[in-house]
Design a protein around this ligand. Sequence first.
Ligand code: SAH
Ligand code: SF4
Ligand code: F3S
Length: 519
Amino acid sequence: MAKETKDYSKYFDFSGAKVISEDEHGKKIRLGGRDIHIVSEPNYRQEKQRGKEEVKVLYDNAVPEALRTLGTNKKYLIYTYGCQMNEHDTEVMKGLFEQMGYTATEDRNEADVILLNTCAIRENAEDKVFGELGHLKSLKTEKPELILGVCGCMSQEESVVSRILQKHSFVDLIFGTHNIHRLPELLMNAIFSKEMVVEVWSKEGDIIENLPKKREGMRAWVNIMYGCDKFCTYCIVPYTRGKERSRLPEDVIAEVRELARQGFKEITLLGQNVNAYGKDFTDRHYRFGDLMKDISKIDIPRVRFTTSHPRDFDDHLIEVLAGRGNLVEHIHLPVQSGSTAILKKMSRKYTRESYLELVRKIRAAIPDVVLTTDIIVGFPGETEEQFEETLSLVREVRFDSAFTFIYSPRAGTPAAEMADDVSAETKKERLKRLNDLMAELSRESNERLKGQIVEVLVEGESKNKANMLSGRTRTNKLVHFEGPKEWIGQFVHVRVTEPQTWYIKAEPVELATVQGAVS
Ligand code: SAH
Ligand code: SF4
Ligand code: F3S
């Protein structure tokens, strides 16, 4: 794989660009016949910095009255890539669009605005977005008044913004992860100025509360913190999402209470590293365990969280989770590698042994806990023995499932400077061996459930078969069973009949017969 260059100065070499004006509102340039207003552009150097200044919380953020009719009789469509954080940002943007009077559409041909909410985590995530931009070009040519925007993590990358300016100049709007709340004004500028508008803040902004959110279904995401300060050497997220900052507990709790009142059945607390929650508070000692404890008292049936970094997983949190109630018996605990030497090069700040010790403590407190993980294969310098240490750790922990990835170098990260010396073929072969092992473990774990009765939150009809419903157990296992549509959104008890590798077949049981239901 080609090593990406470190010379960022070249990214913003706009040779061929004519500077039209430059003032405190940014600069206006003309490039390839396109007028571009760069209000602010991404800057790796600033994204790396972690300032000491206090983060402010802003509460008054409704769409200005003057922009509430911008979307009358108009439609919007958002394509979302990446993690739950992005999915949830899309819900916020949908909320903003609807406050501007827009309605949603699934049909790109009838959309007046299309946004791509992008992910930068691996090269293939970025390739997908550039591929989609290629497809959208013809739509834009047919319908010049269509507004096409790019937002999300890719917008925070210098190289991406530069590439769009140079090669995809039909894009009308680029904004980043820190200025989502600016969407209404940016959109208005893009519509009325006919220029491409670029506004990407390189430094995280304040915490913006009370933005509208359009949630659907019975499950809701709730941000508890933003950003990441871990700087794992392979990862782009600390640059695209800024420094760690926690929402105030009172704001999180008020939101969860409101979701309970609205009848949501499950919430997932979101953060890149939820175990660091509260570490940035200067006025109180209140950590993730305290937050989980307070949320366990709210009348919402299921509470999940993602993602937890092994490093800050403390004993208090384990104790709180062991109290169960609405805190489910599933923990996603990314390990990345089973080799201490590789973990060190990844700067994960824990060892194979300390990870196993943490698992031991969690299992002692919650014996039926389901553990899932993320693993990267083919990190620079990973030897066959080190990869085998990953396999042996996976066997030892007996993860129920894992997201497995081939290492992808990200420009600007320290690992991108290391020799990417594991061949593409070896990486693929390791991924296959790991996935085969995961399939074996997942099957075994599902087999152990045979005959047991589990509680399922019914999410919808099964995609593949009529009369079949699907839902998830407390431990997040996918279950298919027969039942009426009226059960969607309800909890039902089912008996596991035919465990498969990645899902479970089951049959509903009369609630009266349920004795000592397990998860
Ligand atoms: N904050 C989460 C991870 C978010 S990214 C955590 O630390 O657990 C989700 C996963 O993508 C990571 O856990 C990692 O396994 C994978 N990932 C991140 N950067 C990657 C890269 N450059 N190449 C391959 N996989 C990567
Ligand atoms: Fe990336 Fe590491 Fe932060 Fe997770 S903890 S987002 S892997 S830097
Ligand atoms: Fe991707 Fe950004 Fe999430 S890089 S994984 S969308 S935080």
